[in-house]
Design a protein around this ligand. Sequence first.
Ligand code: PMP
Length: 384
Amino acid sequence: MSKREPIVMIPGPTPVDDSILKAMTHRTYGHTSSQFVQIYKETLSGLKDILMTDGEVIAVAGAGTLAMEMAVVNTLKNGDNLLVISHGHFGDRFARIAGRYGINADLLTASPGEIVDPEKIAAELKRKKYRAVTVTHVDTSTAVCAPIEDIGKVLSNYPDTLYILDGVCATGGIEENMRDWGIDVIVTTTQKALGVPPGIAICVFNDHALARKKALGTIPNYYCDIDLWLPIMHDPTKYFSTPPVNLILGLNQGIRIILDEGLEARFARHHRYGNAIRAGIKALGLDFLANPLYAAATLTSVFYPDGVNDTEFRSAMDHYGILVAGGLGPMAGKSFRIGHMGNITHQEILLTISAIELSLRRVGHNVKLGAGVGAAEAELADHL
Ligand code: PMP
């Protein structure tokens, strides 16, 4: 029998629903045609619903890193001070981007798996004037979820400091209430909890952030300049640079799925799946990188038990039909990461735990088959 493609349980790209793939196969529309303009507008408006904002949404060809760069260059200039709250590799990325533009980035970091205490952020803001603070909602390298609402409360005391949030590994899976939590800019992308293939950079700016851009005026960047994009987002019959037409069709369908499921139900489902994955793995005696208090609903990072080799384990997982990711940076070889977000069901959750049991056994680690699946089922059973 030929081998099936493994299920992509990595932290993005995530499994894509057939209806999204089908939407993307529509004959390519003219990018300023009335049919496409309607779909583009509806897509931008759906993103506003998901991010709970009346701000300006920009969705263009690119990936999450482009969206991060757009946030930085449209709000900060050479010589400005930026406070970067980092829970891992992707938090640090903001400092690297800022460095390229001569922006002074100060990093506040936590030990791996922990968070930077919002009180520490408050103390730093008191000590020094910052033009913006960046926060990574879920850092995909450590699977730590930042307390973004609490950080918003701290920042509400500093109206001249913008709150920039990287929602890449959270948007569509964990609540991001831009309006109520005082978030000025959200950057995100399609291939994670939105459940759509990679290729669209999404940025949202509220009035506060737009006023900052106005004060900056023309910036040295061209493709990244939101002033060149906003007229197109308001009226997509206009042209600046060609949008990724078929990906937008996919995103439009992805948003329909999300809004049909209902935001509250979707966030609750992600929370439940996170608990089920961790209950299953814990029952096998393995440990997690993230402190359980800050464990993300969208992905989990798991330490290997002594004697289990990363490459052997992940190829065993592939043998059982599940793709998981290795650890990033200092965690490479020591841990693996499972994405559990987007348009997956309990089936993928249970298959993943089953594959982990079988793979551990295959690489010579002693586990009780079924113990993990049973624990995960116990978390899910009342909701099926
Ligand atoms: N931020 C976070 C939290 C991420 O997980 C990633 C991608 N893994 C990025 C930013 C960068 O996104 P992209 O790979 O789409 O450029």
